[in-house]
Design a protein around this ligand. Sequence first.
Ligand code: SF4
Length: 330
Amino acid sequence: MNQFQYIRPSEASGAIKSLAKDPVNAYYLAGGTNLIDMMKMGLVVPNKLVDITNLPLKSIDKTPTGVKIGALATNTDVAESSLIKTNFPLLSLAINAGASPQLRNMATVGGNMMQRTRCPYFFDTAMPCNKRVPGSGCGAIAGYNRMHALFGASDSCIAVNPSDMNVALTALDATVHISGAKGARTIKFADFHRLPGDHPELDNTLKKGELITAIDLPSSPFTKNIHYLKIRDRTSYAFALVSVAAALNIQGNTIHDVRLAMGGVAHKPWRLSSAETFLKGKPVNEETFKQAAQIAMQGAKAYEYNKFKLKLAPNAIIQALKIASGLVPA
Ligand code: SF4
């Protein structure tokens, strides 16, 4: 491993200042569950690590408009928080569907948002990968692309975002608080991650040196009819082939409001806005859910080895909606 400088400031302003001095090769270090792996594999070669685990960004607090989650709250802290379990059970379900208990104990909210794709070619330094080395090509497009995207891919990259938490936060209309050398700003969670376009090396819209400080979740009526369905190759410690976050507000037998998002199908968590619009005001039944799934799949494009997702994804949407609505048990 190369030598690097390690510092551990106790204030966000100090961390930001320290990273700003070397914006190219310095990295924030939180739980380290992704960054340290990448360092060991030689994918990331920092000359400075700014350890942010001492910063006061770990609390989960009720606010007048909802709940604020500090960026350094661990995945376990969030998933097991009574505030979150009571008010945003979809987020608890999604987080607990990811990784392993040991990893969730270490991984932070901000780190989960920043985790990189699990495309196998990204991790294989013998293979071309535009995300790892811009301009080198994409090993996955003509390769073994079983885990890859159905939506929003480009000729440069067809990778997917691996996070479960991100899918729920997209569905729940979260907001991201960011601080940087030029001040603080907020962006919608749905705008945080980006599609690959011509720059797949950029996973998100964070500017170099900016620090995620918190997530705001607006108060939500989605506390009862919710489900996070994750389809994967084994039942634990595996990334999603396809996942669906479904939240319904049902009055009588009518869908009053709905949130739907998918994971494992795009470079960013994939909100199913057209299907949401269709579902509002419709009766709760399987036919409604089948039509919504059909709408959600419009524009999907598969590759050689992930064609099975064209069937798996709509079936997952239908099943998630059936479970969330109580038509079938979980
Ligand atoms: Fe790299 Fe993206 Fe292609 Fe995977 S899909 S090899 S991450 S460019």
